[in-house]
Write a protein that binds this ligand. Structure first.
Ligand code: 5GP
Length: 125
């Protein structure tokens, strides 16, 4: 069910439960600002999700409300995860679905990292 990214944060969403340790995940990286873990249904040889520790529905919510330190910490975490996994060369793709047209499914901001093969055109036609 696509997410309405303008709704208030729902702390029962699946990634909130992962952050609270209520359901398991395959963690790749964790720091003060972010948790990175493998997507349960990978769309590429590497498919990692990076989420902020704070309660933000979407990229829109995060970019509007998060503090500078949270934003810096999260963005650096995304870069570090991809770098440490060796994806800077030959390359990787970031995706942050926001709202219904994007098919966002989980109402906690997540950045997808796709890598491990040539990723093809940017969007399905
Ligand atoms: P969205 O469509 O919201 O951008 O992406 C949501 C992603 O979360 C999907 O790629 C989906 O496979 C992943 N996902 C959904 N539930 C879980 C879960 O319980 N664990 C993990 N690791 N990934 C999940």
């Amino acid at each position: 069910m696509p997410v309405d990214a303008t709704l208030p944060y729902d702390d029962q969403n699946i990634f909130a439960k992962i952050l609270r340790g209520e359901i398991p995940n395959k963690t790749v990286y964790e720091d003060e600002w972010a948790l990175a873990f493998h997507d349960i249904n990978p769309q590429a040889p590497t498919h990692i999700l990076v989420i902020p520790k704070g309660a933000y529905v979407s990229w829109d919510d995060f970019s509007a409300r998060a503090g500078d330190a949270e934003i810096a910490g999260f963005v650096r975490a995304v870069g570090k995860v991809a770098r440490d996994a060796g994806h800077v060369n030959p390359g990787y793709r970031l995706l942050a679905n926001t709202g219904p047209d994007s098919h966002q499914e989980v109402p906690h901001l997540h950045v997808h990292i796709f890598a491990g093969r040539p990723l093809g055109p940017m969007l399905a036609r």
